[in-house]
Design a protein around this ligand. Structure first.
Ligand code: F0G
Length: 463
């Protein structure tokens, strides 16, 4: 079937259309950091797929049924039933977003000096592990190193490295293993069921808790049905259910595959750990039947968690991402292959070889796309992941200079994505004229959110 969104538009929101001069002024005002732009400065916002999805009519209707009872709300029951059917975890706690689940679980389960292992920790997951006094260690599979290969499951954990860590000198320090599905920090690549199963068995053998970071569980499940032999005839919901049943618990930002504007989940099997988490939950988020969310949020999430595994929706979303990937590739821009679902990751380092890592090619490309067409994206290169000193000098570059175009759920149509591809093609055509950036102010933590930058050596100014 040709690409087609399996929904029609019922409510519209105008998007800002700006001139180049307006965008230049806005970028200047923002200290050349796209996080500092206002919504009204941005035409197509591909900064994140988190909390930015469009609600369905059924979700809006469910919101009207929101029960705002403090304890024992009907809306919690509906949420609990849906999450229970999906995950099978006996202890289900709503939280306000994914990182709250990370904080509650890690501060409860981990002791300072321990290690958390992951295929790739998302940045807040890493931060919460470190805040609990632990070391967050990534064990991505070796296939991930080749950005250009079409290996189907480059999000996998390196099973040999996992086994070696759990039998090596650090074995006693490992506090938990967390599998991020799909692997957001690793190019949005999926994790195979075989890999989840093998990792789960290794953890069981070594008595180490095994968790899923399930922010994009439905998208991972869909890619399993499309790419993993033996799952061709399974539904994405069946695959997702099977994945949850291999874990001791899950953390999830429901701002992604919950299709909510806000919300998260912590779910567990162990009664004793759940009891201790509940104390922290009550003290810091809210009572166990609302966890910092309104009844109407719980209703919308329960409905979103049903809609998100619809194969028609998942197919259309995958096809849209693949279409954008193809257009961009045809325009001569390399991406992390194969394209995933929630984002397309452009290889800025390769497109802009004249900009060295210390001049942040991913950031330069992000600014160029903004100036060219009002597109907001996010750098995933040395600005975000590199090691920088207090004066803004890059000490260690990131392994790759990437830029993520995240795709909000049910928000942009095929023609919006074609517009994005045209803007990218226009920038690619004059790639050698894109200038690098230097840091002007460098905050000690969360640099990419708060830094300000300035363009250096604009190539057009050269003799
Ligand atoms: N885990 C993963 C894999 C994520 O992608 C995110 C958020 C979180 C945890 C944290 O969840 O934002 O609800 O607290 N990712 C967003 C992104 C912000 O743009 O990729 P949260």
């Amino acid at each position: 079937m040709p690409l087609m969104e399996p929904y029609r538009i019922k409510v519209v929101e105008p998007i800002p259309v700006t001139t180049r001069v307006e965008r230049e002024k806005a970028l200047d005002r923002a200290g050349h950091n796209l996080f500092n732009l206002r919504a009204d400065d941005v035409t197509i916002d591909l900064l994140t797929d988190s909390g930015t999805g469009a609600l369905s009519a059924a979700q809006q209707a469910a919101a009207a049924l929101g029960d705002e009872t403090y304890a024992g709300a009907r809306s919690f029951e509906r949420f609990r039933e849906v999450v229970d059917e999906l995950t099978s975890f006996p202890h289900i706690f709503p939280v306000h977003q994914g990182r709250a689940a990370e904080r509650i679980l890690f501060s409860t389960l981990l002791k300072p000096g321990q290690i958390t292992l992951s295929n790739t920790h998302f940045d807040t997951t890493r931060a919460n592990s470190e805040l609990a006094g632990c070391e967050a260690r990534d064990l991505p599979c070796l296939e991930m190193k080749d950005l250009d290969s079409d290996e189907p499951f480059k999000g996998n954990i390196d099973l040999a490295a996992l086994e070696a860590t759990l039998t090596g000198p650090d074995a006693d320090r490992v506090g938990l293993v967390i599998m991020t599905i799909t692997n957001n920090g690793g190019g949005g690549q999926p994790v195979s069921m075989a890999n989840i199963e093998a990792a789960s068995q290794i953890c069981r053998r070594h008595a180490v808790p095994f968790f899923l970071d399930a922010a994009r569980f439905a998208e991972n499940a869909w890619l399993v049905t499309q790419r993993e032999p033996g799952y061709e005839n399974s539904s994405p919901r069946e695959v997702a259910k099977a994945a949850f049943r291999l874990a001791d618990g899950c953390l999830a930002s429901l701002k992604k595959d919950g299709i909510g504007n806000i919300g998260g989940l912590l779910a567990l099997r162990d009664d004793e750990v759940a009891g201790r988490c509940e104390l922290t939950l009550t003290a810091t988020e809210g009572f166990r039947t609302y966890g910092g969310l309104a009844g109407r949020d719980l209703e919308m999430l329960a409905q979103g968690l049903v809609e998100v595994t619809d194969p028609h929706y998942l197919r259309a979303r995958t096809d849209a991402a693949a279409h954008l990937a193809e257009l961009v590739t045809t325009a001569g821009v390399s991406i992390v292959r194969p394209p995933g679902i929630h984002g397309i990751y452009l290889n800025a380092g390769r497109l802009l070889p004249h900009i060295p890592p210390e001049r942040f090619p991913g950031h330069a490309l992000a600014c160029a796309l903004y100036l060219e067409g009002g597109i907001r994206s996010v750098e995933l290169g040395s600005l975000f992941l590199g090691d920088v000193d207090a004066d803004g000098r890059l000490l260690t570059p990131a392994p790759y200079e990437l830029l993520r175009l995240a795709l909000p759920r049910r928000v942009y149509t095929q023609s919006h994505l074609e517009y994005v591809a045209e803007v990218i093609a226009a920038v690619a055509k004059r790639a050698e004229s894109v200038s690098g950036y230097r840091l002007v102010t460098t905050p000690p933590i969360l640099r990419h959110f708060n830094a300000t930058l300035a363009p250096v050596d604009p190539p057009s100014a050269r003799p």
